[in-house]
Design a protein around this ligand. Structure first.
Ligand code: PAF
Length: 284
């Protein structure tokens, strides 16, 4: 089966408007390509819940810092179209950079409060880039359900807030993190790892488990939970801990005392990749 691959904003908006006018519901799956089985689960969920599924493939320059991997980010549109089709997509939107950002971009979408913590500190400007491109995609797509992975916990929180604050007619659907056989979260950046580095990657989930176990045993001091996670990552020679946090899932801030539902987040550098993962947990 061949599905349409659109490059122009006008074509995308016209096609989705026509589908909605004919009574179809629309699912949108924003991606930067390099589609893996984790993306396929988002697409399959969208296909279960919506009549039409549009997968967007766009490596967004606005969300990469000057020393990050924009140039190196894996790009293979033919493979992405095959993966999207097999998972149930009905179209792919893969615009060139000049279509998304034709001239000087004077407008940036900034979600305050949720972006000056966690990865927002490690990657200044990253979430402005994400919020801006996702707002543009929502404006182009119109009324839809939009599917995002919970692996990018902070991104999901930022997108939810942005969509609500700007009144986009978009229902945000968070989907559980897809994991490999050894529970490593699936990520396009796993492709940067050699075999030895890949074998070190389960350290992130081990660190999260250690944090969750402490909480289950009644630990309420965030510093102790953080320290337990940092120690696990430090014990893996190939990993450097970039971040180990325990936060309130609504505010993304660390409370003085842990109580009830929290989310644990870890970021670690392994070889050329910065990997992230998270886990919901609660104090007993
Ligand atoms: O999660 C991603 O792949 C990207 O950050 C997104 C949401 C497609 C925006 O470029």
């Amino acid at each position: 089966m061949t599905i349409p691959v659109l490059e122009r904003i006008g074509e995308l908006s016209a096609l989705l408007d026509a589908k909605r006018a004919a009574g179809a519901t629309v699912g949108l799956v924003p991606t930067m390509g390099a589609l893996h089985p984790g993306h396929a689960t988002l697409i399959a969920r969208a296909a279960e819940e919506c009549d039409v599924v549009c997968v967007t493939v766009f490596v967004n320059p606005l969300q990469f810092g000057p020393n990050e991997d924009f140039e190196a980010y894996p790009r293979d549109l033919d493979a992405d179209v095959r993966t999207a089709t097999d998972a149930g997509a009905t179209m792919v939107f893969a615009p060139p950079v000049t279509e998304m950002y034709p001239g000087d971009q004077s407008t940036t979408v900034h979600v305050s409060g949720l972006t000056n913590v966690l990865d927002g500190l490690a990657r200044p400007g990253h979430f402005d880039g994400v919020a801006t491109v996702v707002a543009k995609l929502f404006a182009m797509a119109g009324r839809c359900h939009a599917y995002f992975g919970e692996k990018d916990f902070q991104q999901l929180a930022v997108v939810r807030r942005m969509a609500a604050d700007l009144s986009f007619p978009v229902e945000i659907v968070g989907c559980p993190t897809a994991r490999d056989h050894d529970e490593v979260a699936l990520s396009s950046r796993n492709a940067y790892l050699n075999a030895e580095e890949r074998a070190a990657a389960p350290v992130l989930i081990r660190a999260l488990r250690a944090g969750a176990e402490l909480l289950a045993r009644g630990e309420s001091d965030p510093a102790r939970v953080r320290r337990a996670m940092v120690e696990i990552v430090a014990a893996e020679a190939l990993a450097t801990c970039d971040q180990a946090e325990v936060v309130d899932p609504r505010t993304l801030r660390t409370p003085d005392t842990l109580e009830g539902e929290v989310v644990l987040l870890v970021a670690a550098r392994i070889g050329p990749a910065r990997l992230i993962d998270n886990m919901r947990a609660s104090t007993s």
